[in-house]
Design a protein around this ligand. Structure first.
Ligand code: MN
Length: 190
């Protein structure tokens, strides 16, 4: 059983002008696809081939022997989640229970945006910024390096932004903060 390369939840030009079709073609079509293809090569003929993507991540997290499998599996999961964290009509605060939880954890939605931005901008090198929920339902912000993912730490991801340079360099060059601002004000979908 191979891990599937998932469909994007929108057309490759849907997030223009904030994320260009060229960026999507490379980021989804080349980078994301390569993680899935590499993972399938690495797990072929191993017991991992019978597991779901989530199970592979949990089974290989923290195990140096399986680092390549973890990296590709986590990146496959992270990217699929990231695509679902954006929408052409995004950029609005959530409603209901999630908004109440954000206000309880951060004071306000604006403060959440500030803290999330700080995490995204201060991640040194490649990685991700996240809004996560722990087992008790408490929300927090975290940043992870490279492929690392909240799933590997027993946390549920609620929102992420990819801050690897490949996510923004074609559209924003070195201006990561501009990309994160655009993500929160025009694209983010809870
Ligand atoms: Mn990426």
């Amino acid at each position: 059983m191979a891990i599937e390369f998932p469909e994007l939840p929108y057309a490759q030009d849907a997030l223009e002008p904030y994320i260009s079709t060229t960026t999507m073609a490379f980021h989804y079509g080349k980078h994301h696809r390569a993680y899935v293809d590499n993972l399938n090569k690495l797990i072929a003929g191993t017991p991992f081939a019978d597991l779901s993507l989530e199970e592979i991540i949990k089974e290989t997290a923290g195990n140096e022997k399986f680092q390549a499998i973890f990296n590709n599996a986590a990146q496959a999961w992270n990217h699929n989640f990231f695509w679902h964290c954006m929408s052409a009509d995004g950029g609005k605060a959530p409603k209901g229970t999630l908004l109440k939880k954000i206000e309880a954890a951060f004071g306000s939605y604006d403060q959440f945006c500030e803290d999330f931005t700080n995490a995204a901008v201060s991640q040194f090198g490649s990685g991700w910024a996240w809004l996560v929920e722990d087992k008790d339902g408490k929300l927090s912000i975290m940043k992870t390096a490279n492929a690392d993912t909240p799933l590997a730490h027993g946390l549920k991801a609620l929102l992420t932004v990819d801050v690897w340079e490949h996510a923004y360099y074609l559209d924003y060059q070195n201006r990561r903060a501009d990309f994160v601002k655009v993500f929160l004000t025009h694209l983010a979908k809870f």
